[in-house]
Design a protein around this ligand. Structure first.
Ligand code: SAH
Length: 367
C-alpha cells in the first residue's frame, strides 16, 4: 500500500473518492504540472544536487552542436529573413544559450532569429529568462505550441520534452484491453488497477497481461508541429530517451535524487517520465504532412556533428581536460547503458527540404 505522504497525494485521493479512478495521463499531468504542487511547477530539478541531469547540463558542446545544426539547416533553406528558433521544455535555458552562442558563427542567422520557449513551469521560466539575460538576449514564452508565430519558418528543438508528457496505458485481460487507472486500495493509498469497462478488442498479437502505452498529447503536438512545418517551412530535432520501434511494455518511471522510486509514491516530489515511442512520433508528424527522417542514436548524431573535434578544441583551453573526456563519453558513448545509445534523435522537416546535418544517412547502430 502507498500512504498519502504529499499534499498532492491527498488531493488525488480526494479526487478519486469523489470522481472515481484517474487515468494515468491525468495522474502524470497532475504530478508534474499541478499549479501548486506539480513537480516542475515548484523546483529546478537538474544537476548533481537535484534529481537528474540532462545532456545540455553535462556539456556546453551539446547545445553548441545543435545550434550549428540549426544554422546550417537555415542556410539550406535559402537563409530566409526572419526565423523562429523554438525550444520545447527548455529546462534552465542552457541548451538555447549554448546554441545561440554557437550560432554567432553564422552572423546573419544569429541576427535574424528570434528565440521562443514553450514552457509551463514558472520557476524554470525565470531560470530561462535569467540565462538569456546574462547573454544579453530576450525571448518570448508560450504555454503551448499553439501561440508560436505563424508568419515565419520554424526551427524547433526539444530535448527530454516528450518523455515528460503524460501517457495512458492499456492492459490485455482476456479478449479486451482495459485501461490502467489510479484508484484507492482498501487502506486508502493510491494503487493501479484496471478499468472494468473494456477499452477495445485486441486487434493484434499481444500476450495476456501485455501493456500498451501511448502518449496522446505527444502525438497531438507532433502532428500539429508537422502541419506547421508544412505551412511555414522549417525543421525540428527532438532528442529523448526512447525506443526506435513500437512494442508492448510499461515504461513509466519515477526518479528522485538520481535513483528510481515507485511511480505512485510521493506525487509532486518525484520526476515521472515514460520512454518515447519514436516510431509513433514519426507517424504523427507524417500525418501532419511533414517528412520524418531516419532515426539516429544520440551517439551517431553527435559524432556526425563533430563532438570529438569540438572537444579537442575545448580541451586545449580547459583547466581539467579529463572532465571534457568524461562528458563526451557520457553523451556520445555507445555502451548499452550510455546516453549515446539510449537516447535517440528524430528530425522532422517540411517536404522537399534537405535533412538537418547528421540526418542525411541512416544510423548503422539502429539497423
Ligand atoms: N530540455 C531541458 C529540460 C528537460 S526537463 C534539458 O534538457 O535540460 C522537461 C522540461 O519540459 C522542463 O522544462 C519542464 O518544465 C517542461 N515541461 C514539462 N511538461 C511540459 C508541458 N506540458 N508543456 C511545456 N513544457 C513542459
Amino acid at each position: 500500500m502507498t500512504s498519502l505522504n504529499t499534499p498532492l497525494a491527498q488531493e488525488m485521493a480526494a479526487l478519486i473518492a469523489s470522481e472515481g479512478p484517474l487515468s494515468l495521463d491525468r495522474f502524470m499531468a497532475l504530478a508534474l504540472g499541478h499549479p501548486r504542487h506539480g513537480y516542475y511547477m515548484t523546483r529546478d530539478p537538474f544537476g548533481a544536487g537535484g534529481d537528474f541531469i540532462t545532456a545540455p547540463e553535462i556539456s556546453q558542446i551539446f547545445g553548441e552542436l545543435l545550434g550549428l545544426a540549426l544554422a546550417i539547416t537555415w542556410q539550406n533553406m535559402g537563409a530566409p529573413e526572419g526565423v523562429v528558433v523554438a525550444e520545447l521544455g527548455p529546462g534552465r535555458g542552457t541548451l538555447m544559450s549554448d546554441a545561440l552562442r554557437a550560432a554567432k558563427a553564422i552572423p546573419a542567422f544569429a541576427e535574424t532569429l528570434e528565440p521562443h520557449f514553450v514552457e509551463t513551469s514558472p520557476v524554470l521560466m525565470r531560470a530561462q529568462a535569467a540565462r538569456l539575460a546574462a547573454d544579453g538576449r530576450d525571448a518570448q514564452w508560450h504555454a503551448t505550441i499553439d501561440s508560436l508565430p505563424e508568419d515565419r519558418p520554424l526551427l524547433i528543438v526539444a530535448n527530454e520534452f516528450f518523455d515528460a508528457l503524460p501517457v495512458r496505458q492499456f492492459q490485455r485481460a482476456g479478449n479486451h484491453w482495459h485501461e490502467r487507472l489510479v484508484g484507492l486500495d482498501p487502506a486508502g493509498g493510491l494503487s493501479i488497477g484496471l478499468a472494468q469497462e473494456p477499452a477495445g478488442n485486441i486487434p493484434f498479437g499481444a500476450a495476456e497481461g501485455a501493456i500498451f502505452e501511448t502518449s496522446p498529447l505527444s502525438l497531438d503536438i507532433m502532428r500539429r508541429l508537422g502541419e506547421r512545418l508544412v505551412q511555414q517551412g522549417g525543421a525540428m530535432i527532438a532528442i529523448d530517451y526512447g525506443h526506435a520501434k513500437s512494442g508492448f511494455g510499461d515504461t513509466l518511471q519515477a526518479v528522485k535524487a538520481h535513483r528510481f522510486v515507485p511511480v505512485l509514491t510521493d506525487p509532486g516530489e518525484v520526476d515521472i517520465t515514460a520512454h518515447v515511442d519514436f516510431a509513433m512520433l514519426a507517424i504523427a508528424a507524417q500525418r501532419g504532412g511533414a517528412v520524418a527522417h531516419p532515426l539516429l542514436t544520440q551517439a551517431t548524431l553527435l559524432d556526425r556533428l563533430g563532438i570529438h573535434h569540438r572537444a579537442e578544441i575545448l580541451k586545449r583551453k580547459a583547466e581539467n581536460p579529463a572532465e571534457i573526456d568524461r562528458a563526451v563519453a557520457r553523451l556520445a558513448g555507445t555502451d548499452e547503458a550510455a546516453m549515446g545509445q539510449l537516447f535517440k534523435a528524430l528530425a522532422i522537416t517540411a517536404p522537399g527540404m534537405t535533412p538537418p546535418p547528421g540526418f542525411e544517412q541512416p544510423d548503422p547502430r539502429l539497423s
